[in-house]
Design a protein around this ligand. Sequence first.
Ligand code: HEM
Length: 337
Amino acid sequence: MDTLKQSSKIWVSEVLTNLDTMWDGIESTITKSGSASYLVPLQQFIFKFLVKCLVGADPSSSQEIAESGYAMLDRWLALQLLPTIYIGALQPLVEIFLHSWAYPFFLVSGDYKKIYEFVEKEGKEVLQRGETEFGLTRKESIHNLLFVLGFNAFGGFSVFLPSLVSTIASDTTGLQAKLRKEAREKGGSTLSFDSIKEMPLIQSVVYETLRLNPPVPIQYGRARKDFQLSSHDSVFDIKKGELLCGYQKLVMKDPKIFNEPESFKPDRFMNEKGLELLNYLYWSNGPQTGSPTVSNKQCAAKDYVVLTAALFVAYVFRRYDSITGDSSSITAVEKAK
Ligand code: HEM
């Protein structure tokens, strides 16, 4: 939370500068090849702005990190996530051969070491804060920072932003015209976190995407004490030490709470009634109306994630009249007239 707070001064400008680079690249690829796969440019964008914000370092101070830092994190993430990722084919072989053990660290230790050394060399200020303000050793600071950077932040955005781009780029219902109108008429001439507060439809689209495609859908927790857990119509006795699992995809499609829960409704979270539904939006491992604290395990960046995604959408519709694409490519962009 301290690192996020420190980075708040540069967060928006880093997001916007790196969005310029990303969309310049996508445009020139479309001109050359007719379409552009956006997954790599998106990950490069995410990596660059996060390293600047969380580590306080410029990835381009190391050519190798600038070019391949994102791919190093991908490999490190894949190794940790493979045992948990749903693979729909070849059961029970997947359970026996892929999901039954943790994979050895040596497979990615070379990548991890390179990023570790980069943070050690370039992230002096944040590491110093870890030592003086929080009593961490230098090693502890680096490992913790790498986990937040690579797993929480880079991992989370790498899953979430493609689903947001895909939802918007493939829309054929006229949503883009409404987003464009809001992005241009509201929020002042320069985009900031405050601009987003004036863009309720863009915020609602971000919330609705998180509702239907929660990037981290499963949470586990062990009961710290005996308690009763209530649903709409039952009460369960939970004993201290029992392992509980929450599955967000089920929770956020509760038909008693959400009207037509399976449909994407861009304006679902607008106006008084819609904003009440934020009490039931759980993508961050807690309600959107709650706050992360040291005792509740809710995503520390709960508000940053929503604001950054909204900023992304507002940026796109200030730059373009429309974008066309699917879950991996942008096939056309129409520049703002
Ligand atoms: C789209 C992006 C993100 C998503 C979907 C996401 C989602 C989540 C979820 C579901 C949890 C709870 C995990 C669990 O306990 O099982 C969590 C925890 C956490 N997230 Fe995020 N997150 C995102 C971005 C970020 C960013 C940018 C940061 C920080 C820079 C961050 C920092 C954290 C931290 C530190 C925790 C652990 C909180 C604790 O255990 O007390 N997250 N996140």
